[in-house]
Design a protein around this ligand. Structure first.
Ligand code: HEC
Length: 133
């Protein structure tokens, strides 16, 4: 009898623990929730720089991405607040700097080709990020 009571108690505890487990998978971080690239001619000027940045650069440069993680560390070591790890929060980037990093790569960032991002798309992203101009 005692054994049955203990077994029943253990089953109840297990059920309670299971009921507290979050339903479904954990929420996805922003770098996994990128928008789709904007529609339209990829070679035409006047593209949407913010959406392009989030779609093409976001898997590294939105919150939780490896580029953000690495840049957050660099910024904090330079005495800046951690929010500066997000490129969209930077005000010290020029358009030319953004373009050259994208085409040539930098440290752990691989260069992005004209297939990844056309020149017209890069112009729009550089306008969006290049707040120091
Ligand atoms: C595969 C991941 C990845 C992708 C994709 C990527 N980056 Fe990066 N980016 C990085 C990493 C990592 C760094 C930091 C490099 C280092 O210092 O070693 C970086 C650095 C930069 C920097 C330099 C910041 C500084 O403080 O000097 C700029 C500007 C930049 N990225 C822009 C972009 C843009 C614009 C795109 C999209 C066209 C892009 N990156 C796509 C990973 C990426």
């Amino acid at each position: 009898m005692k054994r049955i009571v203990i077994a029943a108690a253990l089953v109840a505890m297990g059920a309670a623990a299971y009921a507290q487990a979050p339903a479904g998978p954990p929420p996805m971080p922003p770098y996994m929730l990128r928008p789709l690239a904007p529609e339209g001619d990829r070679l035409k000027s006047g593209r949407d720089g913010k959406t392009l940045f989030e779609a093409q650069c976001g898997y590294c440069h939105l919150a939780g991405g490896m580029g953000t993680n690495l840049l957050t560390k660099q910024q904090m070591m330079a005495g800046n607040p951690p929010e500066k790890g997000l490129l969209s929060n930077r005000d010290d980037l020029t358009r030319d700097y953004v373009k050259s990093v994208v085409r040539m790569g930098k440290g752990a960032m691989p260069q992005q080709t004209k297939v990844d991002l056309t020149d017209a798309e890069l112009d729009a992203v550089a306008v969006y990020l290049g707040k120091a101009d």
